[in-house]
Ligand binder design. Structure first.
Ligand code: ZN
Length: 199
């Protein structure tokens, strides 16, 4: 919110409309509007061109205010640590998601093998198979939840980064690194790349 208000203020100080700023950066004015409403940060590759247009530094941008000479170093370090923390948390979620998937596969396979090959009553066999199915559903769900929240998806059309809703995530056809999603920025649907690190 603070960064958004800062961008709006600096834009107005330069006598630019949202459209003029968007055109200068070859993005949609909806994207600029989202930044200014605090609904998203400019992606890293846009930060330098944006700051150049507004006559501010990236450090000012990430701090949401003009940083004085005295505070400069301190603010720069804080901003860097914030970005690194976010990346680390996303990596952890990604690793957890993979571990969760592997445990699920092992558990389901073991249960299926026991149910198929062990000399047990039919009722116990069915019970084990139901348990295997339930484990598969729970494990897949947990892995998907962690994966969806780890990092961002990148729109192939406008390069916007976004986190999809759980519903859209589950519905999206996918490969290992891409998923078919509708971009909230430009409204186009495409195979969006999953990026864990914001860079
Ligand atoms: Zn897009």
């Amino acid at each position: 919110m603070k960064i958004g208000k800062f961008i709006a203020g600096e834009r107005k100080a330069k006598n630019l409309t949202q459209r003029q700023l968007a055109d200068a950066l070859s993005i949609s004015d909806k994207t600029v509007s989202k930044w200014e409403c605090g609904k998203g940060l400019p992606e890293v590759s846009l930060m330098l061109p944006l700051c150049e247009k507004l006559g501010i530094t990236v450090n000012d941008l990430l701090s949401g205010e003009k940083v004085s000479e005295v505070d400069y170093q301190k603010k720069a370090e804080e901003n860097m640590v914030d970005l690194m923390k976010e990346n680390e948390e996303n990596k952890k979620r990604m690793v957890l998601s993979v571990i969760c998937g592997v445990i699920t596969i092992i558990a389901v396979c073991s249960l299926a093998v026991i149910a198929s090959f062990l000399e047990i009553p039919a009722a116990a066999r069915i019970g084990l198979l139901i348990l295997a199915a339930a484990t598969a559903a729970a494990g897949t769900g947990a892995a998907a939840m962690l994966d969806a929240k780890a990092g961002y998806f990148e729109c192939p059309h406008c390069k916007a980064l976004f986190v999809p809703s759980m519903g859209d995530y589950v519905k999206g056809v996918h490969t290992i690194t891409r998923r078919r999603l509708t971009c909230p920025e430009c409204g186009k649907t495409g195979m969006c790349r999953h990026r864990v690190i914001r860079q």
